[in-house]
Design a protein around this ligand. Structure first.
Ligand SMILES: C[S@@+](CC[C@H](N)C(=O)[O-])C[C@H]1O[C@@H](n2cnc3c(N)ncnc32)[C@H](O)[C@@H]1O
Length: 260
């Protein structure tokens, strides 16, 4: 199928069925499974998930983010100075600066939203780097296409069932979905699986650092989003040199490790 956003050949070499782990055959109308089912390509975006099968919180959040996608970026720009004490761009650049990404790396970003980190990830990866961004919300991916890195390959999928072979990427970055996933432990295990040995695995979300002051701001943020108080999932097996940093003025955390 001819699209304005062609899917590169290396992508097809790395993709696999997110449900069974089996090989997929790419044809003009999508990615075919051996049982006859097909994952479609919509607007040049491989849709490697069947959204109608999502259960629990995944289905609810997917509907929420599809509806909220056109407003998400504006909300961040308006609220960041107040909630984080700095502009959204400054906060996002600092997070990306914490990632030990080598220029030219092949990076999978899970849950890009509207492309929040794209500009800063591209700065780190350089023009030769490869950025693949996978989100469960198709509407968020449409926003990514409008506002994000024009060279990014966008994928519709579920972070807990990644449609990629083991070791397919040099690095993985995720921010903002850990508190939402039905099964965060499964997502983190998937993050480790798709990175090559020696590669970088990094994730984070909202969550107060221990020295964040108790007070009005903390109470207000928690009322707006109870996710701030969610227990963090344990670091998955298979990582070494793991470091956790406070980000977003102590209202968020970022974990960075290297795959064994
Ligand atoms: C709070 S937003 C974070 C967006 C962006 N990373 C940021 O920090 O601004 C959460 C994102 O996670 C996505 N998401 C939720 N559940 C997901 C899942 N199971 N797999 C992949 N993405 C998911 C949502 O669609 C949304 O884009």
């Amino acid at each position: 199928m001819k699209t304005e956003w062609p899917i590169p050949a290396w992508f097809d070499e790395r993709v696999r069925d997110p449900e069974t782990g089996s090989a997929l055959e790419q044809r003009a109308d999508g990615y075919h499974r051996s049982d006859g089912r097909r994952y479609a390509i919509r607007d040049g975006i491989p849709s490697l998930v069947f959204p109608e099968t999502l259960g629990g919180q995944d289905g609810d959040w997917n509907r929420f983010y599809d509806a909220f996608a056109p407003f998400y970026n504006l909300m961040q720009v308006v609220l960041s100075p107040f909630m984080l004490g700095e502009t959204a761009a400054s906060a996002h650049r600092k997070v990306a600066a914490n990632l030990p990404l080598a220029p030219g790396s092949r990076l999978l970003e899970v849950s890009p939203g509207p492309g929040t980190f794209h500009r800063f990830l591209r700065e780190r990866l350089g023009p030769q780097g490869v950025l693949v961004s996978l989100d469960l919300s198709f509407q968020m991916l449409q926003q990514c296409r409008k506002r994000g890195d024009p060279a990014a390959v966008l994928v519709h999928g579920n972070g807990q069932h990644l449609p990629f072979k083991d070791g397919a990427f040099d690095a993985l970055f995720h921010f903002g979905g850990v508190n939402l996933f039905n099964d965060p432990n499964r997502a983190l295990a998937e993050f480790v699986r798709v990175v090559r040995p020696g590669g970088i695995v990094s994730w984070g979300d909202e969550g107060f650092s221990p020295d964040y002051p108790d007070g009005r701001m903390k109470r207000m943020l928690t009322r707006m989003n109870p996710g701030y108080l969610k227990p963090r999932p344990p670091v998955p097996a298979g990582l070494r040199d793991v470091v956790t940093e406070a980000v977003y003025g102590g209202t968020g955390y970022l974990v960075v490790g290297r795959k064994c």
